[in-house]
Design a protein around this ligand. Structure first.
Ligand code: G3P
Length: 220
């Protein structure tokens, strides 16, 4: 499993990259707004992220028509070779994905919840399909179960191009564990979740006891 950071925060991206575990970044309008992002700097911000990350960086379109999404997608893709155009799952999004695919521009189809949506996304040419886990949990459905169905279904077919599943809307280490066990290609996680993945109480306790014993050795 590869780890992407789901953020628009440059410091978080730099820190995860320094750990050597960062394979990509996903952003969305909510995450950009959370950083106090301004429309005028949207493309500049994405470009800065693309320069830091050695891997795909998803930048989301906000247009609602096929032509608007295509125009935004072409502009975004011109920012950097590793920019992936993130497009919402909807008829206009599928149509735009097909056009962008034909231009050689890679799409990450987002806000995907069901197996049929995922198959349609892959069929339209999406290189990445992003099933949302946590938002299913929010409505008392089993997000991990839904993700597993998408992973199994996409694995059943050859779409004539590579399709990777990005487990998105990931909220916990348990989500990541389950996604890894079912073979999801990628988990895109908030930095808070990534930091928690490194930690375990037994690791902390073990470290404390090693350090205490090392003090004894030093004072012996
Ligand atoms: O990758 C999608 C993600 O940003 C949505 O996460 O936690 O708002 O459902 P969440």
């Amino acid at each position: 499993m590869k780890f992407f950071l789901d953020t628009a925060n440059i410091a978080e991206i730099e820190e995860a990259a320094s750990w050597g575990v960062l394979s990509g970044v996903t952003t969305n309008p909510t995450l950009y707004a959370r950083e106090g992002g301004k429309l005028a700097d949207f493309h500049g911000h994405l470009k800065r992220i693309c320069d830091i990350v050695d891997g795909p960086v998803s930048g989301e379109t906000v247009g609602l028509t096929r032509d608007e999404i295509i125009r935004e997608g072409v502009e975004l893709a011109a920012l950097a070779p590793n920019l992936i155009v993130k497009v919402p799952t909807m008829p206009e999004g599928l149509a735009a994905t097909k056009a962008l695919f034909d231009m050689g521009i890679k799409v990450n189809m987002t806000l995907c919840f069901t197996v049929p949506q995922a198959i349609l996304a892959a069929r339209s040419g999406a290189a990445y399909v992003s099933p949302f886990v946590g938002r299913f949990d929010d409505i008392s459905e089993d997000g991990i179960d839904q993700l597993e169905q998408v992973v199994i279904a996409l694995d059943n077919y050859d779409f004539g191009h590579d399709v990777e599943v990005i487990a998105a809307s990931i909220r916990s280490a348990n989500h990541v564990t389950k996604a890894a066990l079912m073979g999801a290609d990628i988990a895109t996680v908030p930095f808070s979740v990534l930091k928690n993945l490194v930690k375990h109480p037994l690791t902390d306790r073990g470290l404390e006891s090693f350090l205490a014993d090392w003090e004894k050795v030093k004072n012996a």
